[in-house]
Design a protein around this ligand. Structure first.
Ligand SMILES: [Zn+2]
Length: 419
């Protein structure tokens, strides 16, 4: 029997590839491609060849892409011209990124749902006007983009050899010169250039986060984040961006993309902890690194909405993933935030100090600025849950997060005087 005009379902056993999503800024683009199931994928960079532009393509094995998703997606952000998705062979989907400028890129995958993230760095080319039909019928010449020569200096590729068993993979390729425009100044490295702070209230929308005693993590952290933003803006004159200012759902990789494309100088993700043992309480602040204990791993799995198994797979590639991230600065920022949260709450609200910890949080992966995640209380602890209902307590938490950020910046400024 004919199925008429109804599109044929994807061949069984193949993962379905979703349309490309992207976020752009002057020198950075994040691309995310979701699949309906974990699949093997392989990135390849092709240099310009005749009429063929320079391009980066990703092949997804055992995959199909519905016809309606096969249209080219114009990007035109100065780094990438467009993304083209197509059925390359009966069981391979190819996503091609046509390049205007690329100095380095990273490819990695996240779980639940499976998605591949491509972080691209480059230098935005002079804007190319789309040639328009002139009034005299001639096509005026479009301004020519002057391409900067990028010297291929270092090239590494890390791809897990057995990706079938371990669908988590990573490719890092750096074509960046060891010094030059892309390098940070000492002042930037020391956090002296802190101008804009990105605050990320965890969860939102369909994802309530942790819940107990009628409280939802997503509501509490949005409330706190807005308070922190207000303090940093009005008292300390920082620019502040919130990843969300409403009760909306945002995927974890989008939060980092916002921080990067907004050129944030610091990134603080705010969360409320949970534990099956309701006697457990206190405050802890994390930065991105390999988990050093099972408890940190459990919290990361909770916040990543994955199994701890996915976390241990992620750990295999994390060392490579973090090559250019600011671990030292992030751990220092975490220390300042944690110290202020624990010591500055006053007698009434004094909480247990669970310390600065490290774990592989999705939301911190790829952040280009010092980035931390604060777990400000346990929603599952009856005493702390009561406090979380108090506006005065939330104010205090917000004040101390802000104080921690300010102390971090001031510490760096003082340290710089000794150089
Ligand atoms: Zn959370």
């Amino acid at each position: 029997m004919s199925t008429g005009t109804v599109a044929a379902p994807p061949p069984t056993g193949l993962a379905v590839i979703a349309p490309v999503k992207y976020w752009s800024s002057a020198d950075y683009t994040r691309i995310v491609i979701e699949a309906s199931a974990p699949v093997r994928y392989a990135p390849t960079l092709l240099e310009k060849n005749g009429d063929q532009p320079r391009r980066l393509f990703i092949d997804f094995s055992q995959s199909s892409i519905p016809p309606q998703f096969r249209n080219p997606l114009p990007i035109g952000d100065g780094l990438l011209k467009q993304a083209r998705s197509g059925q390359f062979s009966s069981d391979t989907v190819r996503v091609v990124l046509d390049i205007d400028s690329l100095s380095d890129y990273k490819v990695f995958s996240l779980q639940d749902p499976f998605r591949v993230v491509i972080d691209v760095h480059g230098t935005r080319q002079a804007p190319v006007r789309v040639a328009q039909q002139g009034s005299d019928g001639n096509v005026p010449a479009a301004p020519v983009a002057i391409a900067k020569t990028v010297v291929a200096h270092r090239q590494t590729a890390v791809v897990l050899s057995d990706q079938k068993k371990r669908p988590v993979g990573l490719t890092t390729v750096s074509l960046r010169k060891p010094s030059g425009k892309g390098e940070l100044t000492l002042a930037q490295q020391l956090g002296l250039g802190v101008r804009k702070i990105v605050i990320d209230p965890g969860h939102g929308g369909k994802d309530p986060g942790a819940m107990a005693f009628g409280l939802k993590e997503k509501d509490i952290v949005l409330n706190i984040a807005k308070k922190v933003a207000k303090i940093l803006k009005t008292t300390h004159r920082y620019e502040v961006a919130l990843t969300r200012s409403k009760d909306v759902y945002l995927p974890l990789e989008e939060r980092t993309a916002i921080a990067n494309t907004q050129s944030g100088d610091l990134f603080i993700s705010v969360h409320v902890n949970a534990h099956p043992d309701k006697t457990i309480g206190g405050i802890e602040t994390y930065f991105l690194n390999l988990a050093t204990n099972a408890e940190a791993m459990r919290v990361a799995a909770l916040e990543n909405a994955t199994s701890t198994h996915s976390i241990s797979e992620l750990e295999d590639i994390l060392t490579d993933l973090m090559k250019n991230t600011k671990i030292d600065e992030s751990s220092r920022l975490a220390r300042f935030v944690q110290t202020n949260l624990v010591n500055g709450m006053g007698k009434k609200y004094k909480a247990r100090d669970l310390g600065v910890k490290q774990a592989p949080f999705y939301v911190l992966i790829g952040a280009e600025m010092p980035a931390v995640l604060a777990e400000i209380s346990f929603i599952t602890n009856p005493k702390e849950a009561e406090l979380l209902r108090e506006d005065r307590y939330l104010n205090r938490i917000a004040e101390q997060i802000a104080a921690g950020i300010v102390a971090y910046v001031e510490h760096n400024q003082t340290a710089a005087l000794h150089y």
